[in-house]
Write a protein of this length. Structure first.
Length: 246
């Protein structure tokens, strides 16, 4: 059965996706920020999930997280679920998915969590504080950037399927109690994309909402913006995106 790594899987949508995939008989690798946070996934681990630990805001810990995951084996899919709405949004929402994409042994599928709010983001990387929180770039910017990262990977890596998913505004810890979308649907699309043999799920480079393809911000498919983003992330992390395929 496919092996799926899900970042940020101790609560919210990540946990829901992990539980769903475990119940369907898939091999799941859950991720927690710290050893203490991992206790929230004890039931998942008791049901057969493996685990990795690392703070996604810390480059050294992201490197170590990749080493832990590679030691388990090649992932068939990675769901880049973890995210923050305040604080180091670029570090967690963009840099960590980029570095894990570059450092993990090549998975067959990559699913990046986006947001409808990415459409309010600006494709302006000027003064980006990739490792901190200077307030210059917003959550919306970070989700635009990670959606463009998805498109860049889809364009450049033949044989790897990459998608971005808007899970909706759901009442998780990050979404808050006022969120109006159905929590039960929030994890379904990314879990489906990780394992489905549906031809739609196997067509790379798409932006999804509730198992329907939507049109993202025009900058997502702008190859010039993609190149600039990859260059800045490579400079910040010291790790370039390997050439695989195209």
């Amino acid at each position: 059965m496919p092996r799926i790594l899900i970042t940020g899987s101790t609560d919210g949508l990540g946990r829901a996706a992990a539980l769903s995939l475990l119940e369907d008989g898939h091999e799941v690798v859950v991720h927690a920020r710290t050893e203490g946070r991992l206790t929230a996934a004890d039931d998942l681990i008791g049901s057969g999930a493996r685990s990795v630990i690392g703070n996604l805001a810390n480059l050294d810990e992201v490197h170590d997280l990749a080493r832990q995951a590679n030691a388990i084996g090649v992932m068939d899919a990675v769901i880049h679920n973890a995210g923050v709405i305040n604080g180091p949004v670029l570090a967690v929402n963009v840099v960590a998915p980029y570095l894990l994409t570059a450092a993990l042994d090549r998975p067959g599928r990559l699913i990046y969590l986006s947001s409808s709010m990415h459409r309010g983001g600006s494709p302006d990387l000027t003064g980006a504080d990739w490792g901190g929180d200077d307030g210059r770039h917003s959550y919306s910017d970070s989700k635009l950037f990670v959606t463009a990262l998805m498109a860049a990977v889809a364009e450049r890596w033949e044989g790897t399927i990459a998608h971005a998913v808007d899970p909706g505004w759901v009442p998780t810890r990050m979404g808050g109690p006022s969120a109006s979308d159905d929590l039960r649907l929030g994890h379904v699309t990314q879990a489906w994309l990780a394992v489905s043999d549906d031809p739609e799920a196997l067509t790379t480079g798409r932006y999804w909402h509730h198992q329907r393809v939507e049109t993202p911000h025009p900058a997502v498919y702008d190859t010039g913006f993609q190149e600039q983003l990859l260059e800045e992330l490579a400079e910040h992390t010291g790790v370039g995106l390997p050439t695989r395929g195209r």
